[in-house]
Write a protein of this length. Structure first.
Length: 314
């Protein structure tokens, strides 16, 4: 990947929060939130990125502001008045997996300007939790057709309405999105009757590229022309926090560089280009799980691993 992707600007919309991580009874606090991690990941991979989010003017909120600004991300506040910054308490299991308890609000009372952005990414609680989610999807539906939309549901059941209501909203996003990524756990929750049909259903709604990640079992990129499977990067897992978000930012950045927004929106891409993009995404996720917390790679770090990698898409 190149050091920068100067021809495109990205707007990421969604929640920012503080992860309170419990490792064997020892707590530590880290900046987090799936859309925030994607914004940071995109910026570290050379994409000029703005993050539309909401947090309070408190100690935790200032930590968030400093973190994203340190990675070169511009911040736009969508809250009118927020009393406290949202949190997620993460408990790390013996295998490195994380479970969460949330204290989170999402209003999206003040929508950001969208002119000048070639990519708009939305996901997680910010895309699916009322009342803000309905304002977000309406904003996306009003975007010009030449804007690339990417979407990651990153389902958090405890924070969402019913499966049926959430699935309807996911389908609205997929109808406007070019790229959709979801985990196998997302698929199982959204489509309990047949999780394996998730990619096909989202393609039917209008998405051009759908990726389903399966943790240690790799990931599959699907288009109407067929599927590409890529295994995980062979690394020692420290924890899985931010892995899916690094995959998402790696995928967006690689697609923008290797194919370009115009061709992606028009659905004009080749298998070899998709293969390179999904390998970059899987490698970005692998780098992240090899170190603690949501810490996506820079372009230099990702390129160094890609040059040594032996994993292939098939």
């Amino acid at each position: 990947m190149s050091a920068s992707i100067p021809s495109v600007r990205a707007l990421v919309i969604g929640e920012a929060l503080i992860d309170i991580v419990d490792r064997a009874g020892v707590e530590s606090e880290h900046v987090g939130g799936s859309p925030l991690n994607v914004a940071v990941g995109l910026s570290r991979l050379g994409v000029d990125t703005t993050f539309a989010t909401e947090f309070a003017d408190d100690e935790r909120g200032r930590l968030i502001a400093a973190h994203v600004e340190d990675s070169g991300v511009d911040v736009v506040q969508t809250a009118v008045d927020q009393e406290r910054t949202s949190t997620a308490r993460a408990r790390i299991g013996a295998d490195g997996s994380a479970t969460y308890d949330f204290d989170l609000s999402w209003e999206f009372a003040r929508a950001p300007r969208t002119d000048g952005f070639g990519i708009v990414h939305v996901g997680s609680v910010g895309a699916l939790r009322p009342p803000g989610a309905h304002r977000v999807v309406e904003l996306l539906e009003a975007l010009p057709h030449d804007v690339l939309v990417s979407f990651d549901p990153n389902v958090r059941p405890a924070l969402l309405p019913s499966v049926a209501e959430t699935r309807d909203l996911v389908h609205r996003y997929a109808a406007r999105a070019t790229v959709v990524k979801l985990s196998d756990e997302d698929a199982e929750w959204l489509y309990p009757d047949d999780p394996s049909s998730a990619a096909a259903r989202l393609l039917e709604q209008g998405a051009s590229i759908v990726v389903v990640t399966r943790g240690a079992h790799g990931s599959t990129l699907s288009t109407r022309a067929g599927d590409l499977h890529v295994p995980t990067l062979p690394v020692e897992v420290v924890d899985t926090i931010g892995a899916g978000d690094s995959y998402m930012s790696g995928l967006i950045a690689a697609l923008a560089q290797k194919i370009g927004v115009e061709r992606l929106v028009e659905g004009r891409f080749e298998e070899v280009e998709l293969r390179a993009a999904v390998l970059a995404a899987a490698t970005a996720a692998g780098v992240t799980v090899s170190r603690a917390g949501a810490n996506p790679p820079t372009t230099a770090e990702l390129d160094a691993v890609l040059q040594q990698s032996t994993i292939t898409a098939f």
